[in-house]
Ligand binder design. Structure first.
Ligand code: DX5
Ligand code: ZN
Length: 208
């Protein structure tokens, strides 16, 4: 059983209400937040998340690609985040970030950029509920999946068997089977879902 999380980044930003309706039967919504410093791109802020929250009950899986996520944990939680994921490479102490996420009532997760090993997760890993394995360099949608990081999915399922392992980047009908074979629990899919004529059919086929 694998969950599909469409990534809002690939949606038509001028038609967000309509885009939400197209993916209303998804398992969750992946929301990418970019600060222009941790990654060379900007996406959306808490105002947009809050506006979307008023339109849907979908689980919001918020992925913070930020250098300093700490001050923004409660901001995004209040805006409607259900799960909050920070990057292991962000430079702020993971213990503090996880404590802030837990205190906010959201589900804590960490993301590993393609070159970051599983060993970057220290003893603080015990408090995680989700780990995101990035299969593209973070910052942009529509990139080709890097296969090497998929080995980390297998390693994570052995080391932290209770966490949900998410794969993010380049997931489509061709690459989804590889992620599932490695043991992924959640597949983030931006371009493949939002650019599909029938997003629901695309998600169903990826989940098969
Ligand atoms: C990349 C983002 C991804 C991205 C995935 O930095 O974290 O969530 O939206 O997009 P696709 O599925 O198009 O690779
Ligand atoms: Zn993401």
């Amino acid at each position: 059983m694998v969950y599909i999380a469409p990534s809002l980044l690939a949606a038509d930003f001028a038609e967000l209400g309509r885009e939400l309706r197209r993916i209303k039967r998804a398992d969750m919504l992946h929301v990418d937040i970019m600060d222009g410093r941790f990654v060379p791109n900007l996406s959306i802020g808490p105002g947009v998340v809050e506006a979307l929250r008023r339109r849907t009950d979908l689980f919001f899986d918020v992925h913070l690609m930020m250098e300093d996520p700490l001050p923004y944990i409660s901001v995004f939680r209040k805006a409607g985040a259900d799960g909050i994921t920070f990057h292991a490479e962000c430079g702020e102490p993971p213990q503090e970030i996880i404590a802030a996420i837990k205190a906010s009532g959201a589900r804590p997760g960490v993301a590993l950029s393609p070159k970051t090993p599983v060993s970057a997760i220290g003893s603080w890993g015990e408090d995680l509920e989700q780990v995101t394995v990035m299969t593209v360099e973070p910052g942009f949608g529509g990139q080709k999946m890097l296969l090497e990081p998929l080995h980390k999915v297998i390693e994570l399922k052995m080391r932290l068997p209770w966490v949900k392992v998410e794969v993010d980047g380049g997931v489509n009908l061709d690459t989804a089977p590889l992620c599932k074979a490695a043991g992924a629990d959640i597949l983030v899919a931006g371009t493949s879902v939002f650019k599909a004529e029938d997003p629901y059919l695309e998600m169903r086929c990826m989940a098969l």
